[in-house]
Design a protein around this ligand. Structure first.
Ligand SMILES: CCCCCCCC/C=C\C/C=C/C(=O)SCCNC(=O)CCNC(=O)[C@H](O)C(C)(C)COP(=O)(O)OP(=O)(O)OC[C@H]1O[C@@H](n2cnc3c(N)ncnc32)[C@H](O)[C@@H]1OP(=O)(O)O
Length: 298
């Protein structure tokens, strides 16, 4: 708890608090259910010291949406694993049925104050910086749908194994919500599937079925649903045979240009996000999208 409070307090951006152009509050949601903030852990970490491999199980019902609390917990777990020199590999998977992660929690961006949005975005950045720059071998065992921020989470990993189930989809679908994937989401995608695939995917907000995702290289391997985890474990064993230092330097060489761009522009990126997301028109788009999700369910 003390960790969480510390991380939270570091996440507040003083510059944002005093920014008058961000001084407005977004309209309060009237129809959207605010979920209770559960105190049960949203992430379960199993760390096997004999293999040096940790498994992070996302267990935040119903859809592992990336809320402020979820991301804070994720960052704390990552920090602890990263500091443990014996921990060399990390597999990320979901304990929720049919969903890997539904992406950023829309309720953290809808009807919230600019200060809250700024705090939220800082922890989204933190998650990405920690995972994309991790020294560990990271593997996403994608056992369900993975839109937007969920797709980003898997893109930060070194290797993606997805369940071959046509009911699932993955992609950066932000434009379908009327929002824009920020430059570091975009660059993570470009670094994975190339410029042209990214341009089409991002403009249209495409969600890909597993077979299509494999075709463009958004995921690396498809396996039957019940084998996602075992294949991830076998793949990890292979990756861990590569000399550690050489692999880590290579990873940094590939990723650091993108990482450095965000590191040196964090404040500006937060300000951009806050002024964008609190716009009335964007809030309206988010509301309509949430309504659409509910109608689809009914
Ligand atoms: C000029 C440049 C400026 C740059 C500015 C940058 C701005 C960038 C801003 C943000 C980037 C955003 C990234 C994101 O990740 S946004 C989130 C996008 N996510 C989605 O589109 C996924 C939506 N969800 C689904 O499609 C489905 O829920 C599903 C496929 C994941 C699972 O389907 P199913 O099992 O059928 O579950 P339900 O749809 O019934 O959902 C259950 C429950 O959960 C709620 N819910 C779903 N997703 C979210 C979410 N992302 N956040 C919050 N809540 C979510 C859903 O509404 C249901 O709620 P209930 O009715 O109350 O039970």
């Amino acid at each position: 708890m003390a960790w969480r409070a510390a991380l939270r307090s570091k996440a507040v951006i003083p510059a944002l608090l005093s920014c008058s152009s961000h001084g407005r509050l977004c309209a309060s949601p009237t129809f959207i259910t605010q979920r209770n903030n559960s105190t049960s852990p949203k992430i379960k970490v199993d760390y096997d010291q004999t293999t040096g491999v940790a498994v992070m199980h996302m267990q935040s019902p119903p859809v592992n949406s990336l809320s402020l609390d979820f991301l804070t917990e994720l960052c704390i777990s990552l920090e602890k694993l990263e500091m443990d020199k014996g921990c060399r590999g990390l597999i990320i998977t979901s304990n929720q049925p049919k969903v890997f992660s539904a992406g950023l929690d829309i309720l953290e961006m809808y009807g919230k104050s600019p200060e809250h949005c700024g705090e939220f975005w800082k922890v989204v950045q933190e998650m990405w910086l920690k995972l994309y720059g991790s020294n560990m071998v990271t593997i996403a065992a994608i056992n369900g749908s993975s839109p937007a921020g969920g797709c980003l989470l898997s893109l930060t990993c070194d290797y993606r194994i997805m369940a071959d189930n046509p009911l699932y989809s993955i992609g950066l679908n932000e434009t379908q919500l009327g929002i824009v994937a920020p430059f570091w989401f975009k660059e993570t995608m470009v670094n994975t599937v190339g410029h042209r695939n990214t341009e089409v995917a991002l403009q249209l907000g495409l969600l890909y079925k597993p077979a299509e995702a494999l075709k463009i290289g958004l995921v690396d391997q498809l396996v039957p649903e019940d084998q996602v985890f075992s294949v991830a474990t076998q793949t990890m064993t292979k990756w861990l045979t590569i000399p550690e230092h050489a692999r880590q330097i290579t990873k940094s060489m590939m990723r650091n240009p993108t990482i450095d761009k965000l590191r040196t522009n964090r404040e500006a990126d937060i300000q951009n996000f806050v002024s964008f997301i609190t716009k009335e028109s964007i809030q309206k788009s988010l509301r309509m999208y949430m309504e659409m999700l509910k109608q689809r369910k009914a």
